[in-house]
Every structure is written in structure tokens, then in C-alpha cells.
Design a protein around this ligand. Structure first.
Ligand code: ZN
Length: 355
């Protein structure tokens, strides 16, 4: 697979200057002005900008080198969030100096589909959202999920421009209010905001999703171009995959740490013992020191979940609960009676501490 170094045709040890030079070379070669209407060149031109945006930024470059190409593309672009929109034009201008007719060529805007600022565009396919539910084990190890989604794709028939909205997919109307005139923009009712009729067909697509380890609720990943396909252009919608965590019957997750309760006899609590603790990576031996108290947390270092995008793990905490049996047999009773005589412990009273 081509990585950013291949795209710019530079060595992994290239310095900033080499990388800049390499980008200039590729960008000049594939600039849309030089290759009008050539989609392959346009793709390469965008690719080069994307590669340069990462390799020219030391922090991003480090992360990229650590994660590798595929993982970085899916997750690396901005911390916990994903898919950083980059602006090809800005990158080009930063290296070549601004101005020019560049934005006209691409119709302006953000080619990589910056979700926040994207304008409605009927030639663009809609973004689709799905949620996948993962078990804690799947989150711990990372997994691959194959999902089925229904999406619109191009059909063999020609789309017909909607006469009501003239293909824009939206209808504007002016409303008078006490603030003055208010322009309302709404999806066209005639074509449901598509801008065209016909030319599309709903299909079920099977999509493989590589879920990295360490994801959590609220994380999502964007699969570029896997949403509704554009009927009239090349701007396919994205598929945004949200993650949900299944409740585990043994472990509780808090951030990247795992918590579990352990129930221990008071004899073991006083004398100490060795126990085998279930973890996400199997049973682990743990020494319980003598004199443990109720509610105390013992830590199993690095037995939690690997942090997403980082080489760091959470821990597992084992909470000690001392069992006081409600019934004991006569033999135990007599042993404890003897023990009481030996201990000569006194009953104490203290103020309740609400801290
Ligand atoms: Zn319409």
C-alpha cells in the first residue's frame, strides 16, 4: 500500500526541507491547471497535500510513524476525534504563496469534507450514521466488524434535474417577521432535497470496519465516501460509525481502567492470601497482603485497556470486600470464641466521618 512517503516520493529520514521540495514537485506535476479535467491527477494532487500536511508537522509525523498509514488515516488526524478535514488550497498556498485561480478549479470549499463547515450541495451524497455495539473484550483487543447498510447508489438511468429547486435541493423563501425579512432555506419538498429525480437506487452494501483497540462511548470514525453515493458528481457522502459499549457482567470500565469486586473471607483479609483475578487478558495471580481492609483497592498495573492511539494502558483495580458470614458451624464458633479471649480487643466509638 502507498503511504505518505511513497506519495511524496521521499525517504523516511527526509528532513523538513526535503519534504517541502518533494511536495512542490508532486503538486506542480499534478496541479489541476496543468491537467484540466483529469480526475486521476486531481486525486494525486489532493493526496500530496494530505501527505504534506502530515509529514510537515512534526507532531503529526511522529504519530503517523507510530501508527502506520492505515490506522493513522482512520484515527490519527486529531486526537480522540477522527478525520481531520484538511484544506488542499491552504496547504498549496502555504508552500507556493496564495492567490491564483485555485479555488475556482475545485469549486472552493473543503475537498475533504470538513463536517463542521460543509455547505449543502445536492451533488454530494448524504452522510450516513450507524452505531455499532462492542463488548469490552472486543474493545480490549480491537476487532473487525462487517456491517450492512442501506445507501443510495447511482443507477443506470440518467437523473433528471428537479424543476422546483433547479437541482439545488433546497428552496428559499422570504418570511416577514418583526426583525425584518428572514430568508428560510428548506430542503426541496418535491425531490426531498436530492435536487434530482431518478438516477439512483437503494442498495445494501457490506462494509468492513476495522475497530482499533481502546475505543469508547462517544468515539466515532469516519469512512470517507462510504455514505450515500453522489448521483451527479463525485462527492460521495461519508459513513460515520459511532461506538457503543455493551455492559459487561463482570468488569466495570472507567476511562481505560477496569474495576472488579473481590469477596474475601476475614481470615484471608487478616492473614493475606494469593488469589487469581479474572482480567480482560485472562486470569492473573495477585498477592493480597495481610491486614487488608474492607473497600481497599489493589492495583494490577497495565491490565486495563490500551489507550486509543497511544502506547499506554489503563490498570485494573480489585476492590476488597470482606465477607462476614451470617451463619457459622459449631467448630468455627468455638475457634472464634477462643480467638476473642486471645485478642482482648476493645469496642471503640468515633464520630461519623462524612468526607
Ligand atoms: Zn427539488
Amino acid at each position: 500500500m502507498r503511504d505518505y512517503y511513497d506519495i511524496l516520493n521521499v525517504d523516511k529520514n527526509a528532513n523538513d526541507n526535503d519534504i517541502k521540495k518533494a511536495y512542490r514537485k508532486v503538486a506542480m506535476k499534478y496541479h489541476p491547471d496543468k491537467n484540466p479535467g483529469d480526475k486521476a491527477s486531481e486525486e494525486k494532487f489532493k493526496e500530496a497535500a494530505e501527505a504534506y500536511s502530515v509529514l510537515s508537522d512534526q507532531e503529526k509525523k511522529n504519530r503517523y510513524d507510530q501508527m502506520g498509514h492505515q490506522q493513522y488515516q482512520q484515527f490519527g488526524s486529531q486526537g480522540q476525534g477522527f478525520s481531520g478535514g484538511i484544506n488542499v488550497e491552504d496547504i498549496f498556498n502555504s508552500v507556493f504563496g496564495g492567490g491564483g485561480s485555485f479555488s475556482d478549479i475545485f469549486g472552493g470549499g473543503d475537498i475533504f469534507g470538513n463536517r463542521g463547515s460543509r455547505q449543502r450541495n445536492s451533488s454530494r451524497g448524504n452522510d450516513l450514521k450507524i452505531t455499532i455495539t462492542l463488548s469490552l473484550e472486543e474493545i480490549f483487543e480491537g476487532t473487525t466488524k462487517t456491517i450492512k447498510i442501506k445507501r443510495w447508489e447511482k443507477s443506470s438511468e440518467q437523473p433528471v434535474k428537479c424543476s422546483k429547486c433547479n437541482g439545488s435541493g433546497e428552496v428559499r423563501y422570504v418570511q416577514k417577521s418583526f426583525l425584518g425579512q428572514v430568508v428560510n432555506v428548506q430542503p426541496c419538498s418535491s425531490c426531498s432535497g436530492v435536487g434530482y429525480s431518478g438516477g439512483r437506487i437503494q442498495k445494501t452494501a457490506e462494509i468492513k470496519i476495522n475497530v482499533p483497540f481502546g475505543v469508547g462511548e462517544g468515539n466515532f470514525m469516519t469512512l470517507e465516501g462510504e455514505g450515500d453515493k453522489s448521483i451527479t458528481g463525485n462527492h460521495n457522502g461519508n459513513l460515520i460509525v459511532y461506538f457503543k459499549e455493551k455492559n459487561h457482567d463482570l468488569f466495570t470500565r472507567s476511562s481505560n481502567d477496569i474495576y472488579i469486586d473481590c469477596f474475601l473471607s476475614y481470615v484471608d483479609a487478616v492473614l493475606g492470601t494469593d488469589i487469581k483475578v479474572p482480567t480482560l487478558s485472562g486470569f492473573v495471580k495477585m498477592k493480597v497482603p495481610g491486614g487488608i481492609s474492607n473497600g481497599q483497592l489493589l492495583r494490577l498495573k497495565n491490565k486495563g485497556i490500551n489507550e486509543l492511539n497511544r502506547h499506554r494502558s489503563g490498570d485494573q483495580y480489585v476492590r476488597m470486600n470482606i465477607i462476614i458470614p451470617s451463619k457459622i458451624n459449631n467448630k468455627t464458633k468455638s475457634i472464634l470464641e477462643d480467638l476473642r479471649l486471645n485478642l482482648d480487643s476493645e469496642t471503640e466509638f468515633k464520630k461519623i466521618n462524612n468526607e
